[in-house]
Design a protein around this ligand. Structure first.
Ligand code: NDP
Length: 284
C-alpha cells in the first residue's frame, strides 16, 4: 500500500481563508483580533517561530504585538508585563514563547496569563475544561491534528489511537482530544516496554517524540493513519519528523509529511484561538 499524503499546507491554507473572512466580519463589528507574543532572550528558533506567528496575524488581518524582553529580565518584571496585557482590551491572545530562561518559573508564567486570553491552551483552567469536555482554548498542535483528520474525512470514534510522547503541550492533550472524540487511547513514552507491541495495534499512530527515524515500518499496522508531529534535523541538517517517511508511507494508509504536515496547522489553530477569544468579547 502507498499511503495517501495528508497535506497540512493545503488544509491550513483553507482554514486560514475561513479565519480571514471571520476576522473581516468581526472588524466590521468594531473588534480587531489582537495577539501579543512575548519573546524573552535571543533563542534563534524561538525568534523564527515568533516571526511566523506575526506574519500569520498580518496576513489574516489581525493586530499583532511583539514584546521583546532581555534574557536577564526578572520573573516579577515579566509577570508585570503579562498583567498589563491581561488588562489591554486590544489584545485577545497572549503567548509567551517557550522556552523561557531557567531563572523564571514557567508554570507561574503560564498561570499568570488570563485563561480568557490563553490562546496556547496551556493554562490549567483551559486544560481542565478540555479534560471535562467543556468549551476551552485547545492546545494548538493537538487541535491541528484533529482538524487534519476531520478535513481528510478520517473517522476517530471507536478507533484505537496510540500516542507516542506525553508532553503537556503535545502528547497528553492529543490523547485527550482523541478520547473526547470517542477513540480508545494508549499513551507510550520513554518508559514504555515493548513499544512496537503497542504501536502495531494502532489504527491511528501519533508520534511526538523528537527523534528522527524513530518510527519505522515495523512499528505500524498495514493501512494505519500515521501522524508525525516531530520536528527534527537529519544528518544533512534537513527538517524531518519522527517517522521514516519512505518506508512507512509504503505500509500506512495515510501519513503526514514533515514539513507540510502538522507544522502549518499549529500556527493556524493559534490564529483560530485568537479569533475565538476576540469573538468571545462580543458575547460578554
Ligand atoms: P518533549 O521532549 O517534551 O516530549 C517528548 C516525549 O517523547 C516525552 O514524553 C518522552 O517520554 C517521549 N520519548 C522520548 N524518548 C522516547 C522513547 N525512546 N520511546 C518512547 N517515547 C519517548 O517534546 P514535545 O512533546 O514538546 O515535542 C515532540 C516533538 O514534536 C519535537 O520534535 C518537537 O519539535 C515537535 N513539535 C512539533 C510541533 C509542530 O507544530 N509540528 C509543535 C510542538 C512540538 P518521557 O515523558 O518518558 O520523557
Amino acid at each position: 500500500m502507498t499511503a495517501k499524503i495528508i497535506n497540512g499546507t493545503e488544509i491550513a491554507a483553507k482554514k486560514r481563508i475561513e479565519i480571514a473572512e471571520e476576522v473581516q466580519k468581526l472588524k466590521s463589528s468594531g473588534v480587531t483580533p489582537g495577539l501579543a507574543v512575548i519573546l524573552v532572550g535571543n533563542n534563534h528558533a524561538s525568534r523564527t517561530y515568533v516571526k511566523n506567528k506575526q506574519k500569520a496575524c498580518n496576513e489574516l488581518g489581525m493586530h499583532s504585538v511583539l514584546i521583546e524582553l532581555p534574557e536577564s529580565i526578572s520573573e516579577s518584571e515579566l509577570l508585570f508585563k503579562i498583567e498589563e496585557l491581561n488588562g489591554d482590551q486590544s489584545i485577545h491572545g497572549i503567548l509567551v514563547q517557550l522556552p523561557i530562561p531557567k531563572h523564571i518559573d514557567e508554570k507561574i508564567v503560564i498561570e499568570s496569563i488570563s485563561p480568557l486570553k490563553d490562546v496556547d491552551g496551556f493554562h490549567p483552567i483551559n486544560i481542565g475544561r478540555m479534560m471535562t469536555g467543556q468549551d476551552a482554548f485547545l492546545p494548538c498542535t493537538p487541535f491541528g491534528i484533529m482538524v487534519l483528520l476531520e478535513e481528510t474525512g478520517i473517522p476517530v470514534a471507536g478507533k484505537h489511537v496510540v500516542v507516542v510522547g506525553r508532553s503537556n503541550i503535545v502528547g497528553k492533550p492529543a490523547g485527550q482530544l482523541f478520547l473526547n472524540q470517542h477513540a480508545t487511547v494508549t499513551y507510550c513514552h520513554s518508559r514504555t516496554s515493548d513499544l512496537k507491541a503497542h504501536t502495531t495495534q494502532a489504527d491511528i499512530l501519533v508520534s511526538a517524540v523528537g527523534i528522527a527515524n524513530f518510527i519505522n515500518a515495523e512499528h505500524i499496522k498495514e493501512g494505519a493513519v500515521v501522524i508525525d508531529v516531530g520536528m527534527n534535523r537529519n544528518n544533512a541538517g534537513k527538517l524531518c519528523g519522527d517517522v521514516a517517511f519512505d518506508e512507512v508511507s509504503m505500509k500506512a494508509g495515510f501519513i503526514t509529511p514533515v514539513p507540510k504536515g502538522v507544522g502549518p496547522m499549529t500556527i493556524t489553530m493559534l490564529m483560530y484561538n485568537t479569533l475565538k477569544s476576540a469573538k468571545n468579547t462580543l458575547q460578554s
